[in-house]
Design a protein around this ligand. Structure first.
Ligand code: DCP
Ligand code: MG
Length: 439
């Protein structure tokens, strides 16, 4: 393969920047996207926060209660996923002005293969400036970009000088660029692997790069070879525009191990909410649900259940996760990490995706009446076809019935059959996996 020009673009504090874009009074302030812990909504996690809030130590995936402790002056705003998706679409569209090969990796980042575009856009530095300027022009938002000869290095480069950064790694300069970075900056090296590497005396990428591949394999198993390649900027993976996600998951590691069941349930609720929103955004539904738990001492267990029909709704995910937590025998040990995942996605069946909870019971043939459940968990019996989105009047009636205090909080509702509320649907498959080591 000849020398390639791979660009990685990642939007800065994406959700928080959009909030600041739409509400000028939030600009320059510590904005935290997540449920407001002051209004009794202490569950849930931070989606992201503005760079002003990061100065206080607030980070994505942190419980909102902790974010509040770190940054009491933070302005908590609920997420507006439709708006984020809308801007994500504009970003991706803008990027496609620069190459037909655009691979969206998440809602706010993408790879572009811009090999051979010098004639059009100039050398890499000019290309990067043009991409950033065009994204800013079309969205009002800043992006950071990294340009290098392969994906893994471009990805690290875009993060190198955030926010509003541009880092160009000259062809052939990849290894020098990586050498002084701490090992955790390598794409794919998580906190656990980084800790292990450091324990073995590998602090910087250069320490890994100069170690024979076989030695790393011996020390780290199959990961060793991969890490060797990452450290040596060997990454022939092409930019693949048709890329599709195979699974989606989220997990939370606690600062200190806990056996507080209520807290664990709240964390699971936050994880399921966020997962469900992501799946909605990416138009995904999956049939296999996974629960992961790691106990004090790093023993890790996963439990997975396959359902007869694919789901993405928060209710089903949470029922599953709570149920698993409840029945998992921890033998008195505290919990270090907890997570939920979904795999086995269904082909897009062209069913319209609404900003509503789909109901897992929708395949059941119960007609007539159902229970409306809001995103806040209140329920009320209503007329309608179970599984359908509750009509607006039903939501309105519900808000009325539940009193003014729920106004603004009732965003979504679904009609489910009577009597099935809260029960898990029939199972197709079930499996368990116990792992004494880190996975
Ligand atoms: N996100 C989320 N939950 C997470 C991580 C991210 O909901 N645990 C959402 C919110 C982010 C968006 O995805 O705005 C993009 O994720 P990034 O990791 O790119 O984070 P940001 O764009 O917010 O910040 P950065 O400037 O570090 O890229
Ligand atoms: Mg980002």
């Amino acid at each position: 393969m000849g020398i390639r020009t791979i660009v990685h673009v990642d939007m800065d504090a994406f959700y928080a920047s959009i909030e600041q874009l739409d509400a000028p009074e939030l600009r320059g302030k510590p904005v935290i996207v997540g449920a407001d812990p002051k209004s009794g909504n202490g569950r849930g996690v931070v989606s992201t926060c503005s760079y002003e809030a990061r100065k206080f130590g607030v980070r994505s995936a942190m419980p909102v209660s902790q974010a509040y402790r770190l940054c009491p002056e933070g302005i908590f705003v609920p997420g507006r996923h439709k708006r984020y998706s809308e801007l994500s679409g504009i970003v991706m569209e803008t990027l496609s002005e620069f190459s037909p090969l655009v691979e969206g990796v998440s809602i706010d980042e993408a790879f572009l293969d811009c090999t051979g575009t010098e004639g059009l856009f100039g050398p890499a530095i000019q290309l990067g400036k043009k991409i950033k300027a065009r994204v800013r022009e079309r969205t009002g938002l800043t992006a950071s970009a990294g340009i290098a000869g392969c994906k893994s290095v471009a990805k690290i480069a875009s993060d190198y000088n955030k926010p509003d950064g541009l880092t160009v790694v000259p062809p052939g300069g990849e290894k020098d660029f990586l050498a002084p970075l701490p090992v955790e900056r390598l794409w794919g090296v998580g906190p656990k692997t980084a800790a292990r590497l450091k324990q073995l005396g590998y602090n910087f990428v250069r320490d890994v790069a100069k170690t024979p591949k076989e030695d790393l394999e011996r020390l780290l198993g199959r990961w060793g070879a991969h890490i060797y390649e990452l450290a040596n900027a060997i990454d022939p993976r092409p930019v693949a525009p048709g890329w599709q996600r195979k699974s989606i998951s989220e997990e939370t590691t606690f600062e200190s191990d806990t056996d507080d069941l209520k807290f664990l349930r709240d964390v699971l609720t936050g994880i399921c909410e966020s997962l469900s929103q992501k799946m909605l955004r990416e138009n995904l539904k999956g049939r296999t649900l996974q629960f992961k738990i790691r106990l004090t001492g790093f023993e890790t267990f996963t439990r997975s259940h396959t359902l007869p029909s694919p789901v993405f709704d928060m209710h089903t995910l949470r029922e599953f996760a709570w149920d698993q937590l409840e029945r998992f025998d921890r033998k008195g040990k505290a919990v270090r990490l907890i997570g939920v995942g979904v795999t086995e996605f269904a082909e897009d069946d062209a069913e319209p995706q609404m900003d509503l909870f789909a109901s897992v019971e929708s395949n059941q043939k119960s007609k007539g009446k159902g229970v409306v459940e809001t995103s806040e968990g209140q329920t009320r019996e209503e007329k309608g076809q179970p599984g359908n989105a509750a009509p607006n009047e039903a939501v309105d009636r519900l808000i009325f019935a539940m009193g003014e205090k729920f106004k603004g909080k009732v965003k979504r509702a679904v009609i489910r059959p009577r009597g099935t509320d809260g029960r898990m649907p029939r199972l197709l498959r079930q499996s368990e996996h116990d792992d004494q080591k880190e996975t």
